[in-house]
Design a protein around this ligand. Structure first.
Ligand SMILES: *[C@@H]1O[C@H](CO)[C@@H](O)[C@H](O)[C@H]1NC(C)=O
Ligand SMILES: *[C@@H]1O[C@H](CO)[C@@H](O)[C@H](O)[C@H]1NC(C)=O
Ligand SMILES: *[C@@H]1O[C@H](CO)[C@@H](O)[C@H](O)[C@H]1NC(C)=O
Ligand SMILES: *[C@@H]1O[C@H](CO)[C@@H](O)[C@H](O)[C@H]1NC(C)=O
Length: 356
């Protein structure tokens, strides 16, 4: 034969991958999910994948690389050790994966691995947080008009517009929808709900992109300075890119929060109320007004651990941006800890998994 081995290699590779539908981005190169591109450097026997981006990569989706056809790996999606992780922990494995023109206001893949997208009969409803492989927390307001059968939970999701992430997302049906018994919509009070998977369905499988968040221990005092909120925004669905937003906030100390609530929200009579938590921050388009941010989790670092998080709150009322600073009002998880523990225990779920 007159064909050189390289050309043969491409023919075989191209034929094999053409069947998978990879788009060509240059001669002998194709757009493949980043994790499946085996290009990189071997240094002292250790392989360092090439995470840099080139002009050629720009012809692909941002989660893909323009990869030599013969360096394309089959889609194998397993990572070991995921089950031994503690609640609230995360691994910054995919720091390099970001859209073109990345903005700080977008979470990275796997940054908040307990984030859950909640869908109802009409599509995306709101975000929630995974506290057990069978239980998700969100606000009552988010799910009050839905029945359990209509709800679907998706964990490990990132860009909801595509399916090119390094790890697959997981989708489950809801068997039970528990609104807090004292929830009221106006004025909004006890705005919290537990969504439970059916006993007979498989639980969420812990993975690098699917983890549990801790619940705050009683008497917990937060490190107020470094909290985050993150979740998908309803109006972002339907675009070519649907990433969870991310915002850095500080939780207000209790007395300052009470003072603000008295002025703006609860009125003088409710001068003491621990059902709510305030978080502030710089203004931005994120939690201002009613942007479909219901239920987004407020996550604060566990004292003494910079990179482990507890679920401090759930956005109960859209942030107000009419003052000099952003102010959001959150359901205070500390106050509902007993109720949550009880509901999970009644169903034989292991509550130690979210305990610090
Ligand atoms: C739920 O339905 C009620 C009655 O139809 C309506 O007043 C309310 O605004 C709805 N709530 C949400 C959050 O969609
Ligand atoms: C709901 O309110 C009633 C009356 O105030 C109270 O006795 C009960 O403990 C509350 N339920 C929960 C789960 O907090
Ligand atoms: C806190 O606010 C909730 C909702 O408005 C109310 O049911 C509860 O009685 C209040 N608690 C205190 C201690 O004021
Ligand atoms: C709170 O977090 C900040 C930023 O990570 C850190 O500098 C500070 O020491 C922490 N404070 C406490 C009391 O843990």
């Amino acid at each position: 034969m007159w064909l050189t081995p390289i050309v043969v290699g491409c023919l075989v590779g191209c034929l094999a991958t053409a069947a998978l539908g990879y788009k060509s981005c240059a001669a002998e190169k194709q757009c493949v999910p980043s994790e499946q591109c085996n290009e990189g450097l071997l240094v002292d026997g250790h392989f360092y994948p090439d995470r840099s981006r080139t002009m050629l990569d720009e012809q692909c989706h941002y989660m893909e690389k323009c990869c030599n056809a013969h360096d394309t790996l089959p889609a194998a999606r397993t990572l070991e050790g995921a089950n031994s992780w503690q609640c609230g922990g995360r691994h910054d494995l995919w720091y390099y994966l970001r859209p073109w023109g990345y903005k700080q206001q977008e979470a990275k893949f796997g940054e908040f691995p307990w984030l859950v997208a909640i869908y109802g009969s009409d599509g995306y409803l709101c975000s929630g947080a995974l506290i057990s492989p069978r239980a998700v927390l969100t606000t009552a307001r988010c799910v009050q008009n839905e029945s359990a059968e209509e709800l679907r939970l998706v964990a490990g999701e990132w860009d909801a517009a595509v399916e090119l992430e390094p790890q697959p997302h997981q989708s489950r049906a809801v068997a039970e929808l528990l609104l807090h018994p004292n929830y009221t919509q106006t004025p909004v009070a006890h705005n919290i709900a537990v969504l439970l998977l059916a006993k007979e369905s498989s639980p969420f499988e812990l993975a690098p992109n699917v983890q549990l968040i801790c619940l705050p221990p009683p008497q917990m005092v937060y490190n107020y300075s470094q909290c985050y909120v993150s979740g998908w925004r309803r109006r972002d669905f339907g675009g070519s890119e649907t990433l969870p937003k991310r915002w850095t906030l500080y939780a207000l100390p209790r007395d300052q929060c009470m003072a603000k609530l008295r002025l703006s929200y609860l009125g003088r009579r409710n001068s003491r109320n621990d059902t709510l938590l305030c978080a502030g921050g710089d203004k931005g388009d994120f939690v201002c007004g009613d942007g479909g941010m219901d239920g987004v989790p407020l996550m604060c670092p566990l004292p003494g651990h910079d990179d482990r998080f507890v679920l401090a709150g759930l956005l109960a009322r859209p942030g107000r941006c009419d003052g000099p600073q952003l102010l959001g009002i959150y359901t205070n998880l500390l106050f509902y800890r007993q109720w949550i523990d009880q509901k999970l225990r009644e169903r034989d779920l292991d509550i130690r998994q979210y305990m610090v």
